[in-house]
Design a protein. Structure first.
Length: 785
């Protein structure tokens, strides 16, 4: 036969079935696999199995008892008996490709799929022998190095090239610049660089071009602008492109996905883009676009479903015309300088909008009533002042609805609708950092069953915390810290069987220690610091419970009494030494910290839990007696603060068992004896404070001690060796009364785990494992696959 390679491959694969019929009619049979083909396949199999203790089920069918054309993953041309397609995706070959591999003897191959086969090492130049290839898929492997340019350049029939997620480098687009038949190019998540050659303007069949997450530089790949009829997926996100964005994109008749996020594109809002009716997803996030967002001539048949414009410099209002995108379900305009009120009614005739991110702008006025049905609404860090009168939350039954209204300018009483939500919603509500005042209404008890999270911290709420938690069985996080609440902790909190975090810090709550919360088996974080709690912590006849506690802060209260030596032995979670968690999964979403949080430097309580941060802060109370020796059991502990009490006697030697400890503050007690030398073996210990005690003897040698600030040891008149730390000429100050000591002397260093910052400010959307950020490019890839 004298047909060209390409049509040969084409006819072989696509009309296999047709050929089969023809052969039946002619009473002929398909040619058996040629011996050369069989031997080449077996050679390849043996390369893969050499020195391996396993045989993959797939390759076990590759044996001489059957025709090699019937082997799994193998397709032959019926007429010639040559192998034309090899598809081994997800077969754990775990091998490198050898230059003389049997694979390269299969010179009739049109399609080679080795996706996710655990291949590693370089791609050998023998690949060029497979010059009939139309499809080459080496995605999800561990391949390194450059593509062998001459060999790849030889694959002139290639229509589909997939090298997604490897570690390849080099100017790949130059290497493939002559392969003008390419329709699908997927090179994302490698370390490719370079530019886009002009010849790409000739790739008139190219429909998918995805080079996201690489190191491409220079200007927008302008040659692609010629591909107006073919291009449907353009993914160039997370590269180093820097240029103005093309001013007219309206010619792309087939464009569906555009992701240019994470580059340095500049210029005005690309209005022309949005006249393309086929467009379904646009991501311009994280560039340097500026000026107003303007839409013109939006097609009534617009398919636009997701629009990400975050982290640019857009200003002006949110245009009313955005409501013409009837299919929009995700809109992210956060981190810009948008101002004015949210136009209303936008989207009022649409149930589609499910995620709306408006945070970190300069928006003001009223929260429109139509927001009620949005599943995830983030409007924090704006200047909104009120809620629409008819706002009702009508989130979908049993779906988590996350509403973040934090850091705005709301004031007056809490909004009426918190008593008027669909009880079948799982609401995650953040009203923190506003100026809400008045009391928490009793009617919250009617709807609390629908709450998953409620954050009211940093407001001006007063009165007694109402006893409304009888039905709060879904509540995971409850935070009313930094208000002016008084009275006791409501006993109905014991019904919160899902509670992970309870934070009432910095109010005026006057109560005994809530040991009755001990049975809450999921409680990870208990923060009741800076209130008026009083009395003993330990009751001989009350079982301790708190079996999951990782962070407890009871600091700056009036707790008193002694703690028995075995006190800490009851906290199983604290004694466990664990590795950093992989992430909290719920609703199928991976736990993800958005850039927003990273940029703000906000440590989140949930992040702390996830990373197994463990802390005990008993500081600023009136505890007396010895430090319980059982403290040595708390192997997972990272921070221990017993400062500002009246502990006496020696520092327990068992502290040296706390191998995870990073900060130890025993200052301002009445501890005596010597500093245990073995504390010097705690390799993570970076912050120590022993000041203002009655310690004596030498300060141990060892870097942990010697690198501390002088203030870590002062106020211990019988301690010696301070000259080394404070300097020869430094006069060791004599003991000032602890309560009058200047703050700066005890101020911990910057690197002290600033976990309190987490307590003060965490972002709510995360805590149910919801993804605030989004991963766009892999989505493209999935979509195409
Ligand atoms: C595989 O086995 C051969 C012979 O036993 C040995 O020479 C070679 O180093 C082994 N290769 C690997 C990667 O273990
Ligand atoms: C050889 O392959 C056939 C299927 O083609 C399979 O049934 C048989 O178990 C295989 N033999 C061996 C020894 O793996
Ligand atoms: C192949 O390698 C992958 C990744 O290194 C590993 O997870 C897998 O267990 C290996 N498979 C076999 C069968 O050894
Ligand atoms: C493949 O091509 C190389 C040149 O790139 C050649 O040296 C080699 O012999 C060829 N291998 C096979 C198996 O045909
Ligand atoms: C290119 O392919 C031809 C067969 O079409 C082969 O003879 C030649 O060796 C290949 N060149 C390279 C560099 O692989
Ligand atoms: C592309 O084609 C040109 C002209 O035919 C040739 O000079 C060049 O070497 C080719 N480049 C590659 C990478 O194959
Ligand atoms: C690409 O488009 C530009 C402007 O439309 C045109 O001048 C140029 O000839 C085109 N290039 C190719 C290779 O078609
Ligand atoms: C919108 O349509 C008008 C009239 O059809 C046209 O003049 C104008 O150029 C279009 N604007 C854009 C941005 O496409
Ligand atoms: C908070 O609201 C009160 C009235 O409820 C008002 O007096 C006070 O000035 C407001 N504070 C801020 C910081 O806006
Ligand atoms: C809290 O509210 C009171 C009145 O209820 C007001 O006097 C006070 O200024 C408010 N505090 C803040 C910080 O806004
Ligand atoms: C603890 O404080 C209370 C007052 O709050 C006092 O009555 C009691 O005697 C104190 N107990 C101890 C052991 O100091
Ligand atoms: C320990 O607590 C005291 C008082 O609450 C505080 O001033 C100090 O900074 C804390 N020490 C550490 C290491 O966090």
């Amino acid at each position: 036969m004298t047909i060209s390679n390409r049509s040969y491959c084409f006819s072989s694969i696509v009309t296999l079935y047709f050929f089969f019929l023809v052969f039946l009619v002619l009473h002929t049979f398909a040619s058996p696999c040629g011996h050369d083909q069989r031997d080449a396949l077996l050679e390849f199999k043996h390369e893969c199995l050499v020195n391996k203790s396993y045989s993959t089920p797939l390759l076990s069918s590759w044996n001489k008892s059957s025709d090699c054309c019937s082997w799994e993953g193998v397709t032959c041309d019926d007429k010639s008996g040559k192998v034309i397609s090899l598809d081994l995706k997800f077969t754990p070959l775990n091998n490198s490709l050898k230059p003389n591999s049997g694979l390269f003897k299969l010179q009739h191959l049109c399609s080679l799929t080795l996706q996710n086969c655990g291949l590693y090492g370089e791609i050998p130049s023998s690949l060029g022998n497979l010059s009939r290839l139309t499809n080459l898929d080496l995605s999800y492997n561990g391949l390194v190095g450059e593509l062998p340019a001459a060999s790849v350049g030889n694959l002139s029939s290639l229509t589909r090239l997939d090298l997604w997620r490897n570690d390849l480098v080099g100017e790949v687009l130059v290497s493939i610049r002559n392969l003008t038949l390419l329709e699908y190019i997927s090179l994302g998540y490698n370390k490719f660089g370079g530019y886009t050659p002009a010849s790409f303007a000739n790739f008139i069949k190219l429909s998918t071009f995805d080079i996201s997450h690489n190191q491409f530089t220079g200007e927008f790949p302008f040659p692609l602008l010629n591909l107006t009829t073919s291009l449907s997926i353009l993914g160039i996100a997370n590269n180093l492109f820097k240029s103005t964005f093309p001013s007219d994109m309206s010619g792309f008749h087939s464009l569906e996905y555009l992701d240019v996020s994470g580059n340095s594109f500049s210029g005005p809002f690309p209005t022309s883009l949005f006249t393309i009716p086929s467009l379904s997803s646009v991501n311009l996030e994280g560039n340097q676009f500026k000026g107003p967002i303007e839409f013109k001539n939006i097609s009534s048949s617009s398919q636009l479903g997701t629009l990400y414009l975050a982290q640019n410099k857009f200003d002006g209002p949110i245009p009313k015309s955005i409501s013409n995108f009837h299919n929009l379900h995700i809109l992210d305009v956060s981190h810009n300088s948008l101002s004015g009120p949210v136009p209303t009614p936008i989207f009022s005739n649409s149930d589609n909008l499910k995620r709306l991110y408006l945070s970190n702008n300069k928006l003001e006025g009223e929260i429109p009533s139509w927001f009620g049905g949005v599943l995830m609404l983030l409007v924090s860090h704006n200047s909104f002042t009120s809620f629409g009168k008819s706002l009702d939350l009508f989130g979908l039954d049993l779906l988590t609805q996350t509403l973040d209204f934090s850091s705005n300018s709301f004031q007056g009483p809490l909004p009426h609708w918190i008593c008027n939500i669909n009880p079948l919603t799982r609401l995650n509500l953040d009203l923190s950092n506003n100026n809400f005042s008045g009391s928490i209404p009793q009617c919250l008890g009617n709807t609390i069953i629908g709450f998953k999270g409620l954050n009211l911290q940093n407001n001006n709420l007063s009165g007694v915390l109402p006893d409304v938690f009888v039905d709060a069985t879904e509540l995971v996080s409850f935070d009313v810290s930094n208000n002016q609440l008084e009275g006791k902790l409501p006993e109905s909190l014991i019904h919160c069987i899902s509670l992970l975090i309870l934070n009432v810090q910095n109010n005026r709550i006057k109560d005994k220690f809530p040991s009755w919360l001990g049975p809450l088996v999921l409680l990870n974080v208990l923060i009741i610091g800076s209130n008026d709690f009083y009395g003993p912590l330990y009751h001989p006849h009350v079982s301790v419970g708190f079996q999951s506690l990782k962070i407890i802060d009871i600091s700056r209260n009036n707790f008193n009494g002694t703690l028995p030596p075995f006190y800490f032995a009851n906290w199983p979670e604290m004694t466990m030494l664990t590795e950093y968690g992989e992430g909290y999964m719920e609703d199928g979403y991976p736990y993800h910290i958005s850039m927003e949080m990273v940029n703000k430097g906000v440590y989140m309580l949930f992040e702390l839990i996830r990373t197994d941060f463990r802390a005990i802060d008993f500081s600023g109370n009136e505890f007396s007696g010895e430090i319980p020796t059982s403290v040595g059991l708390l192997k997972g502990l990272r921070l221990l603060n017993l400062s500002g009490n009246a502990f006496t006697s020696d520092i327990p030697q068992s502290l040296a068992n706390l191998i995870s400890l990073e900060a130890l503050d025993l200052s301002r007690n009445q501890l005596s004896g010597q500093i245990p030398v073995n504390l010097g073996s705690l390799s993570f210990l970076s912050v120590i404070n022993f000041s203002h005690n009655n310690l004596q003897g030498p300060i141990p040698r060892g870097t942990q001690f010697q690198r501390q600030n002088c203030s870590a040891f002062i106020g211990n008149p019988k301690l010696f060796g301070l000259e080394d730390i404070c300097g020869e000429t430094h006069h060791v100050p004599s003991l000032p009364p602890p309560q009058q000591e200047a703050e700066d002397l005890s101020e911990p260093k910057e690197q002290v785990i600033s976990w309190k910052a987490a307590v003060i400010a965490y972002v709510p959307g995360v805590f149910c494992g919801l993804v605030i950020g989004h991963i766009f490019s892999p989505f493209i890839h999935k979509w195409v696959k």
